[in-house]
Write a protein of this length. Structure first.
Length: 251
């Protein structure tokens, strides 16, 4: 599904990520963990086209995407969320999803200006799809609510659903459990597993909440100062002395 080889990101004389290589298989959930400032979000930014890597390659489903602009990478099948929720707060829940649906049902400019039947048909299809998507994740009851009025946990869920509306094969989640209480974190675990199975996608996850990471990821990569210090199963990572010293602690 995804493979990076020797990806490096330098900002002037600072190397934020060095020689990073990762694979994510079809319908696999993989975790990327490490201390704050380790380079995790920089990895996401390179994969999604926010940054062009200084060197190295990124391949999605056999196609090179290294250095492509963000919208092209989204069209290729990668969607993401952000550490700080980035919803359109004054828009309704439905409108937030419709924004993402334009990638699937792009209207012709001429049809849009004149509101021709083709445009109206695509708009109707997008609304039906958006409502089905919201119903599948338990947000249909909030369809007309302003996004800003939702509880924190539902805002997180809405951001993930908006990413799903682009039709990705790979979903990147940047600290989805940030700010959640224990009950919300357990619900998030079930939610991520559910969307993986329902939408048949792969997930690459940055997360500091170890119960979430250890509970749903099949493999983990650990970054420290931009360098990969370990990779393996959750059990292998839990026992890795380098990871214990750099990040997990002894207990």
């Amino acid at each position: 599904m995804l493979e990076t080889k020797g990806v490096t990101m330098q900002f002037g004389g600072l190397t934020a990520v060095s020689d990073f290589s990762i694979t994510v298989e079809d319908r696999e959930i993989v975790g990327l963990i490490g201390p704050n400032g380790a380079g995790k979000t920089t990895v996401f930014n390179m994969i999604t086209g926010v940054y062009a890597p200084t060197k190295g390659s990124i391949v999605l489903n056999g196609e090179p995407i290294t250095g492509k602009p963000a919208h092209r990478i989204t069209q290729a099948g990668i969607a993401r969320t952000f550490q700080n929720i980035r919803l359109f707060h004054e828009m309704s829940v439905l409108e937030n999803i419709l924004v993402a649906c334009t990638l699937r049902n792009q209207p012709n400019l001429f049809e849009s200006v004149l509101h021709l039947p083709g445009y109206r048909a695509k708009e109707r299809q997008s609304r039906e799809f958006a409502r089905e998507l919201l119903a599948s994740v338990g947000l249909l009851e909030n369809v007309d609510d302003p996004a800003v009025s939702l509880p924190y946990g539902k805002q997180r869920r809405l951001e993930i659903v908006r990413a799903l509306a682009t039709g990705p094969t790979l979903l990147l989640l940047d600290e989805p459990a940030a700010g959640m209480n224990p009950q919300e974190s357990y619900e998030l675990m079930d939610f991520i597993l559910g969307i993986r199975d329902r939408f048949m996608i792969s997930v690459l996850l940055i997360e500091h909440h170890m119960q979430v990471v250890m509970g749903i990821c099949s493999r983990l990569y650990v970054l420290d100062y931009g360098i990969t210090i370990a990779e393996g199963s959750p059990e292998q990572i839990r026992k890795n002395q380098k990871v214990i010293d750099a990040y997990l602690g002894v207990e």
